[in-house]
Design a protein around this ligand. Structure first.
Ligand SMILES: NC(=O)C1=CN([C@@H]2O[C@H](COP(=O)(O)OP(=O)(O)OC[C@H]3O[C@@H](n4cnc5c(N)ncnc54)[C@H](OP(=O)(O)O)[C@@H]3O)[C@@H](O)[C@H]2O)C=CC1
Ligand SMILES: N[C@@H](CCCC(=O)C(=O)O)C(=O)O
Length: 296
């Protein structure tokens, strides 16, 4: 069996766990890691480069860069003839990005699966399934408590912020409080940073509390979770109640979904997709008949 040759783009929290998930997968090999600087990584024997073209025969690029940089990286990879997968999590911009990348992917005869982490991502599939099961009703997605990588990364991108941790605290009915801890450079005005965070799209809609701390490290815990509930109506029958709950290591799950989705990306027709548009069986390795026998 020919293995899928995957490049990891960006070696932060998600990138590290993607390497682990690739090494555990039966049908992938690691082409190398693309970083902003070709800083060697201790204990890693794969090539570390700054340009994906320095790696040989890459089938797919797993984009592990901050969401705000995904579109640029996805465009570059697709134009270089490489499939992409990412965990872009700016929910309001997903539909537009899919439309834009769809054109680029088709032009280059490649596929891109966007927003493929756990939320957006696997949770999106669960919400879709629940909507099919009870077409009338309300779904609540309650996150946490846990560390949001997307929100923490957005704060880390602010000039002068040395490190940040954004904890998502569920307050019920799909509403959340953001507890943001920041470590800033000496001399930087805390109130200015605070106002930048409060005006950022990631935080604007939510109750957000920001605290300056000496060091983020002792506070860090990458655990997270979600409870999705839907109460609704199947046909004309009320009171159908569904609940999905998980407590996870956030980057480990995001990375695993990215790798499973990378497998699916290699099986799609050219174009850009979200996870709810692809056959779920394509996420899995193995014989289709055997999977159907075991799972259906
Ligand atoms: N959909 C989902 O369920 C989830 C989505 N995510 C998304 O994953 C993204 C990445 O999270 P995480 O791994 O924690 O982030 P990190 O900040 O830990 O890592 C991002 C890496 O991207 C690379 N990079 C490339 N360009 C830039 C840039 N301009 N600024 C900063 N880094 C850059 C860097 O790697 P290098 O130094 O090697 O170049 C960096 O380490 C988040 O933005 C989040 O939106 C995360 C969790 C769940
Ligand atoms: N996209 C999230 C994962 C889902 C949880 C979430 O959206 C949140 O904590 O706000 C993340 O970046 O960690």
């Amino acid at each position: 069996m020919k293995k899928i040759n995957a490049a990891i783009i960006g070696y932060g929290n998600i990138g590290r766990y993607v390497l682990n998930a690739l090494e555990s997968a039966p049908d992938f090999k690691v082409a190398g890691i693309v970083r902003r600087e070709a800083t060697p990584i201790e204990g890693i024997n794969y090539p570390v480069v700054t340009d994906v073209t320095a790696l040989k025969d890459v089938d797919i690029a797993i984009l592990c860069v901050p969401s705000r940089h995904i579109k640029a990286y996805a465009t570059e990879m697709l134009e270089k003839g490489i499939h992409t997968v990412d965990s872009f999590d700016i929910h309001t911009d997903i539909a537009a990005m899919r439309r834009e990348l769809d054109v680029i992917a088709k032009k280059n005869n490649r596929s891109a699966i966007i927003s493929a982490g756990w939320d957006p991502g696997s949770d999106s599939i669960i919400r879709t399934l629940l909507l099919a099961a009870a077409p009338k009703g309300i779904t609540y997605t309650n996150f946490g408590p846990g560390m949001s990588m997307g929100h923490s990364t957005a704060v880390k991108a602010i000039d002068g912020v040395k490190d940040a941790l954004s904890m998502t605290i569920p307050i019920g009915t799909g509403q959340h409080r953001r507890m943001v801890y920041i470590e800033i450079e000496e001399g930087l005005d805390f109130e200015t940073v605070k106002s930048t965070i409060l005006n950022d799209d990631y935080f604007k809609k939510d109750d957000t509390v920001i605290q300056q701390v000496d060091s983020i490290e002792p506070l860090k815990d990458a655990g997270h979770g979600v409870t999705i509930t839907r109460k609704g109506v199947s046909g004309s029958t009320d009171n159908q109640l569904f609940e999905f709950d998980m407590r996870v290591n956030n980057p480990a799950l995001t990375a695993q979904i990215l790798v499973s989705t990378a497998r699916a990306a290699t099986k799609q027709m050219p174009g850009a997709y979200t996870m709810i548009e692809i056959p779920i069986i394509d996420l899995l390795p193995g014989d289709r008949d055997e999977l159907i026998t075991a799972l259906v």
